[in-house]
Write a protein that binds this ligand. Structure first.
Ligand SMILES: [Zn+2]
Length: 274
């Protein structure tokens, strides 16, 4: 029996229940017939043209992305802009698109666990637990597998996350020791307060000037700012492997690929002359 889009969505939603998503989010099947059969799945962070092109080359029938394609109100999907064009290409080639966003952020294991694992952060718990589901929530906080200086830890982050032009930015004394680490994949500056209370260092992305500055002058923990895409990419191979296991248990054979296309928007970085 061929595996269908609907069966794959059901397996994904067992691991990343839509009920865990934020109210403002738009998770789930974006396009694709639930009854269509799937022989190849592509996991990616962003539903952008480069990923759709990769799916066409890979002959994927389903793309699972972390970010939703359509998050805000949409009045047209005519192929006159990027999102409309992406949707037209997907539908005309019979490729389904499914998004697991804040439900994958909040789930255990989820996006934040994958980031913590790759950085060697152990014994984690949610940085901001969901009140009724204390094992789930935003970000993770735990203990580093060895005490490191902030400078050495930043080197580790740079080595273990996928390469981007953004690289790694650090706020704090590079010689201070860090052991308790908070992480949050994606935009994490809303959770600076929780990280300040619990961690020696906070790894996240999209930290804004004023929020970071206020956090630091108030004595908050050290900060490691990474590329948004790089902070969420480690979830892809974990989610792909989990789906593979679920399919094997059902006796289904589906090829699962993880995108290696860097979809971080920044394409050049120059440090200022010293
Ligand atoms: Zn994100």
């Amino acid at each position: 029996m061929p595996t269908t889009v609907g069966q794959l969505v059901s397996l994904l939603e067992d691991r990343y229940p839509p009920a865990l998503a934020e109210d403002w989010d738009a998770v789930g099947l974006v396009c694709g017939d639930p009854n269509a059969s799937v022989s190849r799945v592509l996991f990616a962070v962003d539903p952008v043209r480069d990923v759709v092109d990769e799916a066409l080359v890979e002959q994927a029938d389903l793309i699972v992305t972390h970010h939703p394609l359509l998050l805000r109100g949409v009045h047209s999907v005519a192929p006159v802009n990027h999102k409309g064009s992406v949707l037209h290409t997907l539908i005309s080639h019979g490729i389904a698109l499914y998004a697991a966003h804040t439900n994958a952020d909040h789930a255990t294991p989820g996006v934040a666990d994958a980031l913590a694992d790759v950085l060697g952060v152990q014994d984690t718990s949610p940085l901001v637990p969901i009140p009724d589901e204390p094992r789930c929530g935003t970000g993770r906080v735990g203990r580093l597998d060895e005490v490191l200086t902030l400078g050495s830890f930043a080197e580790r982050v740079a080595e273990r996350l996928p390469a981007t032009h953004h690289g790694v930015r650090v706020a704090g004394d590079p010689d201070r020791l860090v052991e308790t680490v908070a992480v949050c994949g994606g935009s994490g500056d809303a959770f600076l307060g929780a990280a300040a209370d619990l961690a020696d260092v906070y790894v996240t992305s999209d930290l804004r000037h004023h929020r970071a500055q206020d956090h630091l002058v108030d004595g908050g923990c050290a900060l490691v700012d990474v590329a948004h895409w790089a902070s969420e990419w480690p979830w892809l191979p974990v989610a792909a492997s989990a789906l593979q296991q679920d399919l094997e248990r059902l006796g289904s054979t589906v090829d699962i690929h993880v995108s290696t296309v860097v979809t971080d928007p920044w394409t050049l970085h120059r440090g200022s002359p010293s």
